[in-house]
Design a protein around this ligand. Structure first.
Ligand code: SF4
Length: 450
């Protein structure tokens, strides 16, 4: 490989998956991945539209990149620059106007066409803008091999969303809900395991709405897909994210009880504990609906650790609404969570609501909520001290003699152990715990360890 590609990724696991697949798509053209942006012949910014001021941050990154691009040109080389992902999809024309020297702007559905776009950039002057929603899914065109497979790998099974929560851009940037076929998913999972993956996290913006065509010609839900994947030898762990409470079917909840490979950890966003706010968000469930789902999951698999997403300061959120969210958090108890201040996304219904909340109020609420979540996470971690947990060792750490792994409950763990344990499940006695990670000592290594 004589050329280098540098990809900077913002946002969710789906973007991380997409970036890895972009590396695979350009590998046959001779591009090897590099961490050094100055060395790159191709730089891709894979963007996320969820965070505040996403496009402004992108424009300042592009400003910084320009000097590297010019330095490369002075040495007689060429650095192609592309913006991909959800900001590209939503604001492609604006990017093209504001950064006329950019080479490519493409959305999340068209990166399988990268070789063709690169060829067009080499031949033509001007920006290649590719933000269509093509009628044929990109997954059918992605390579059968990957040079980025990790012990814990992502696998996209579903994309897009038809739910239209009023704060969210996903239905506009990722398009309508689409599920891959079961055969395609099983084939990719088999390939990932062959390449060394021992844990697979199934990805989708609305993953538990998965409804792919099964080998029998019928529609399979996520539960049935999980049972099928659990048959793959050497695949030790399964997870899935991100889910919607409305799509937690009874079959899926039973799968948590019956599939040993399905880890006892569930990320189930609720966003708010107030029914008024949930209705304004168009979530189409109440806080009691959510509590019932959690009760059923815990009845099926009592040790399930929970994670969620919370938005504070949604338009119209009163003190009472916020208190309802705090009560829900206290009642349920989370092992971890993501929380954000509401911020307007252009084009979404909530951005046009007139009852926006003052930033100072949002700040106070977010601090209070994060303090509670942090305490819960710390307590959850501390409660594991003294236990012996199964830990999948994912990689060697920079510091000599240390490896990184995760417990079934998604807790990060640093361990003094040899590198040869990477890819193995190890029984670890937990000796200490903090808010963000655990430490422990090896008790036993699984029977199939080298
Ligand atoms: S269900 Fe999730 S992805 Fe779909 S609109 Fe709501 S927040 Fe966005």
């Amino acid at each position: 490989m004589s050329k280098k590609v540098h990809i900077k990724t913002w946002g969710c696991q789906m973007n991380v998956y997409d970036s890895d697949r972009m590396v695979d798509v350009v590998a046959p053209l001779g591009y090897a991945p590099t961490e050094e942006v100055a060395d790159a012949d191709l730089v891709i910014f894979n963007t996320c539209h969820i965070r505040e001021k996403a496009s402004e941050k992108l424009f300042s990154e592009l400003g910084r990149l320009r000097s590297h691009r010019e330095a490369k040109a002075q040495q007689g080389g060429r650095m192609m620059v592309a913006v991909a992902g959800c900001v590209a999809q939503a604001e492609g024309a604006e990017i093209k106007n504001r950064v006329p020297w950019i080479d490519m702007v493409f959305g999340p559905q068209t990166y399988h066409q990268l070789p063709e776009m690169i060829a067009r950039v080499s031949r033509e002057k001007g920006v290649v803008l590719n933000t269509e929603f093509p009628p044929v899914a990109k997954f059918d065109f992605l390579p059968d091999t990957s040079i980025t497979t990790k012990v814990s790998a992502f696998l996209a099974v579903q994309e897009g969303c038809d739910k239209f929560c009023t704060f969210c851009v996903v239905p506009y940037t990722r398009g309508a809900e689409y599920s891959r076929s079961v055969d395609a998913v099983v084939k990719e999972a088999g390939r990932l395991v062959h390449e060394g993956a021992r844990e697979i996290t199934l990805l989708g913006q609305n993953v538990n709405a998965f409804h792919g065509e099964g080998p029998d010609g019928k529609t399979w839900g996520l539960a049935r897909l999980l049972y099928r994947l659990a048959e793959i030898p050497e695949l030790k762990r399964l997870r899935y994210t991100t889910s919607h409470p409305r799509d937690m079917t009874d079959e899926l909840i039973v799968a948590h009880r019956d599939i040993p490979q399905l880890m006892p950890f569930l990320h189930l966003p609720v966003q708010s504990g107030s029914d008024t706010v949930l209705e304004a968000m168009n979530r189409k469930h109440t806080s009691d609906d959510y509590r019932r789902v959690i009760d059923h999951v815990r009845a099926a698999r009592p040790d399930t650790a929970l994670s969620s997403d919370f938005i504070v300061g949604f338009p119209g959120e009163t003190d009472q609404d916020f208190d309802a969210t705090m009560k829900l958090i206290r009642d349920i108890g989370y092992a971890q969570a993501f929380s954000f201040k509401y911020s307007r996304r252009p084009g979404t219904p909530a951005s046009a609501m007139t009852n926006q909340i003052d930033e100072s109020v949002k700040d106070v609420r977010l601090q209070e909520l994060q303090k509670l979540l942090r305490e819960q996470q710390e307590q959850f971690n501390i409660a594991t001290v003294g236990q012996t947990l199964s830990v999948l060792i994912e990689n060697k750490m920079q510091k000599d003699g240390l490896v990184f792994g995760r417990t079934p409950y998604m807790q990060a763990l640093h361990l003094a152990a040899p590198e040869c344990l990477v890819g193995q499940e190890v029984r670890v006695g937990i000796t200490s715990a903090g808010f963000q990670r655990l430490e422990g000592v090896v008790a036993t290594v699984s029977a199939d360890a080298a």
